[in-house]
Write a protein that binds this ligand. Structure first.
Ligand code: CDM
Ligand code: ATP
Length: 292
């Protein structure tokens, strides 16, 4: 196999709680992750010239070792002493620095792709163990689907698939650093009522009750990102005023998602969010469920 084409899917966090800050600065989390249809496109090709070449449609993204696709390719090529070169073409669609694991999913796709192309024979578990070295969200981006993520995000349990719905994604024209948000959370000083009830969300997922699930959604990182960027609340409000069953910030933000029970309802809300001029990137998508 000389080339492979891959889709790197984005995620949203339906629930995000932070339990405590660890000594090493990382945080112990309890999150409900959901893969969505929105994706980047990647193509990996073998080249005669050694080394890793990255090309992307976004001029401001790094194409050197700071790009997660580069890091992912290097990790496996070093370990398995792959002498060929590879060229990676990355077409970004997932908003950048948005709380949607765009870079992590690109890195996950490259780990998966190199494993296939070179017949390395690594299991999904073995890829996930390597993935966590690239970022806390990478193992989940390899597993995909609906999952409970614990530890720093790498301890994963499969959950029942999210009920059918339409998801509206809206990212305001600001970028948020994940590091900034975690550093400003002061996780060990949170009041009990600031923690979302992730267990009751899991119960709602088991009951396949979309309304109940939406009513229980919560993201503790909103306590940091929303005061810094109040536009997030305005987008949430616009979605709720225009038919969303639930609306929340994804990950560390600033992307807001809204859950709708029909494509028609979601399309109405798209018009309202556009008219309010609150978001730079807007798209409609659906949950992506993995057949297991
Ligand atoms: C906000 C989420 O996207 C929710 O899914 C993730 O928790 C972040 O995952 P990620 O971007 O893959 O995280 P990394 O690239 O490993 O780390 C980015 C920054 O977030 C902080 N970080 C990340 C994950 C975690 N459990 N605790 C943290 O404190 C790290 O200290 C680091 O400064
Ligand atoms: N393949 C990539 N795609 C996007 N950004 C990348 C990539 N590789 C490295 N980066 C760098 O990482 C930064 C954050 O990227 P990303 O879009 O993954 O953030 P995020 O959506 O906040 O991720 P998460 O939800 O995992 O916190 C960008 O500012 C960019 O410079």
């Amino acid at each position: 196999m000389d080339k492979i084409q891959l889709k790197a899917l984005a995620k949203i966090n339906l629930g995000l709680d932070v339990l405590r800050r660890r000594e090493d600065g990382y945080h112990e989390v309890k999150m409900i992750m959901q893969t969505i249809g929105l994706h980047d496109d990647l193509e990996i090709r073998k080249t005669k010239t050694p080394g890793i070449q990255v090309k992307t449609n976004l001029y401001y993204l790094p194409t050197n070792e700071n790009n997660l696709v580069y890091k992912a390719a290097k990790l496996l090529m070093d370990e398995f002493q792959i002498q060929d070169g590879v060229s990676i073409q990355l077409k970004k669609r997932i908003p950048v620095a948005a709380g949607m694991a765009g870079g992590s999913s690109d890195g996950a796709a490259v780990l998966w792709g190199i494993n296939q192309m070179y017949g390395l024979g690594l299991s999904m578990q073995a890829l996930m163990e390597r993935g966590v070295r690239l970022g806390a969200d990478v193992p989940y981006c390899i597993q995909r689907g609906t999952a409970l993520a614990e530890g720093i995000g790498e301890k994963l349990s499969v959950l029942p698939p999210m009920p059918k719905c339409t998801i509206l994604i809206a990212k305001p024209g600001i970028s948020v650093s994940t590091k900034f948000v975690y550093e400003n959370l002061h996780a060990n000083d949170l009041k009990p009522e600031q923690h979302p009830d992730v267990d009751s969300m899991i119960e709602a997922m088991r009951q396949k009750d979309l309304g109940l699930l939406c009513s229980r959604m919560g993201n503790v990182l909103e306590t940091v990102t929303i005061p810094a960027y109040p536009v997030i609340n305005e987008i949430k409000r616009t979605m709720m005023d225009n038919g969303a069953i639930g609306s929340m910030m994804s990950g560390s933000g600033p992307t807001v998602f809204g859950i709708f029970d029909s494509p028609a309802a979601a399309k109405q809300a798209v018009k309202a969010v556009r008219a309010a001029k609150l978001a730079k990137q807007i798209c409609l998508t659906t949950p992506y469920n993995v057949k297991r």
